[in-house]
Design a binder for this molecule. Structure first.
Ligand code: 3PY
Length: 248
């Protein structure tokens, strides 16, 4: 089954609203590609101007985070209905920076996956192991545990619309990238796991990205692997290089 490629930028805590609008204009022609889903996951404050700036282009807007309640006394948070109303289509969850810095656990991430689907957002669910787990050789067990918890109670039809991003923590913001073979090994393992948890059709439909220092130099090789359907891109999504990755 041919899965549509998805290249998403994770801007993290970068770009003021005016810088964001300038970046969208700079990337506009570089990211044109009708065969790929292109997504900018942007800081909350940039969502409204970026949705406006991408109008009429092939780019979709994603959020980097949200909270699981619709509204109420949750100071500082934004909800799924707010994102939908603003024109957001995708939302990242389970990124290692949110797990490690903000203490988000798999129970909350599981609730976020369900809430995102219920609200009409497509989750980009991140998973990945630390350097210690990679060295210990227990990284597959770790990833199996993360995904099994995060998808508890999520239906096969929902998983068919899910994006899973494999992001080894040791390759995030370090300039270090998993080799294409290392990335393929885990992305293939994730697809087998989805087949085990659901069925073959679901495993063939779910899109799996590699994330972790993907850049213009290594994207083509990573994307040539059979189980890597796209990338979740950090630093390189803030530069013209992002266009090269979209077209790699
Ligand atoms: C990175 O490439 O650094 C990322 O964390 C992408 O999400």
């Amino acid at each position: 089954m041919a899965r549509r490629r998805i290249i998403a930028g994770n801007w993290k805590m970068n770009m003021t609203p005016s810088e964001a609008v300038k970046l969208v204009a700079e990337l506009k022609d570089l990211v044109k590609n009708d065969d790929v889903d292109v997504v900018y996951c942007v800081p909350a404050i940039d969502i409204v101007p970026v949705v406006e700036a991408v109008k009429g282009t092939n780019v979709n807007v994603g959020a980097e985070n949200f909270y699981i309640e619709d509204k109420g006394a949750f100071t500082g948070e934004i909800s799924a209905p707010m994102l939908v109303d603003a024109g957001v289509k995708y939302v990242i969850m389970g990124h290692s920076e949110r797990r490690d810095i903000f203490g988000e656990n798999d129970i909350l991430i599981n609730a976020k996956v369900k809430k995102a689907f219920a609200a009409g957002l497509k989750p980009i669910l991140c998973c990945g192991e630390s350097l210690a787990l990679r060295k210990a050789g227990t990284y597959k067990e770790w990833i199996e545990r993360q995904i099994t918890w995060d998808l508890d109670g999520v239906t096969a039809d929902q998983v068919k619309n899910l994006v899973i991003a494999y992001e080894p923590i040791w390759a995030i913001g370090t300039g270090e990238t998993a080799t294409a073979d290392q990335a393929q090994e885990v992305c293939g393992f994730i697809r087998e796991l989805i087949a085990k948890l659901y069925d073959d059709a679901t495993a063939q439909a779910v899109r799996i990205q590699y994330g972790g220092s993907m850049n213009a130099g290594n994207a083509a090789e990573l994307l040539s692997k059979p189980d890597i359907d796209g990338g979740l891109i950090g630093g390189a999504s803030l530069k013209p290089d992002f266009g090269k990755i979209v077209n790699a």
